[in-house]
Ligand binder design. Structure first.
Ligand code: S3P
Length: 179
């Protein structure tokens, strides 16, 4: 299986772009937060409230490892990761050993905050601007470990998707559309 993992901060557009990219390439799409919610039968916000962030991180790593393991022989996949997933070294290692192509969706923190406010999703770690700024700064070095980076500011979903498709083609990842 080929796997493209979209990474980046909350509000980066990983889910929206991931869906559009999967539609265009005719690959499967999964959002890791959705996978966790199905496995746990709770929303991410409920998990943070009832079990705390460290427990959520353990569930996130377990869900990612299981998913990559299960799908090793499966069909091609676009995977949207939660904003904290790529910060954990063990998750980066899992993605590397599965041969996933990691793509960072980037935007300035003010824009990310604005996008988060415009969405319905409850993000336990995006409730205070100061915390968001702090997390954004703390995560930059880890995000920079992605194989590719795509700027999303002032670009439409279609533009970002087309840019990623070009990147994948130039990386010779055989992204020809499936019949
Ligand atoms: C988180 C991002 C969220 C979700 C959880 C924690 C983070 O996903 O996994 O609330 O630590 O940045 P999105 O990036 O899809 O909002």
């Amino acid at each position: 299986m080929r796997c493209v993992a979209l990474i980046g901060f909350m509000g980066a557009g990983k889910t929206t772009v991931g869906r559009a990219l999967a539609r265009s390439l005719r690959w499967n799409f999964l959002d890791l937060d959705d996978v966790i919610e199905q496995r746990e039968r709770k929303t991410v916000a409920e998990i943070f409230t009832s079990s705390g962030e460290p427990a959520f991180r353990r569930m996130e790593s377990a869900a990612l490892a299981a998913l990559l393991q299960d799908r090793r022989a499966g069909s091609d996949l676009i995977l949207a990761l939660g904003g904290g997933a790529f910060v954990q070294k063990q998750n980066r290692d899992e993605l590397n050993s599965a041969g996933a192509i990691t793509i960072l969706l980037e935007a300035p923190v003010e824009e990310l905050r604005r996008r988060c406010q415009g969405e319905h999703k409850v993000r336990p770690l995006a409730q205070q601007d100061a915390r968001v700024n702090e997390l954004f700064a703390a995560r930059r070095a880890d995000y920079a470990l992605a194989r590719f980076t795509v700027q999303t500011l002032d670009k439409s979903v279609e533009q970002v998707t087309a840019e990623i498709e070009r990147l994948l083609q130039s990386a010779d990842t055989r992204t020809e559309k499936q019949k």
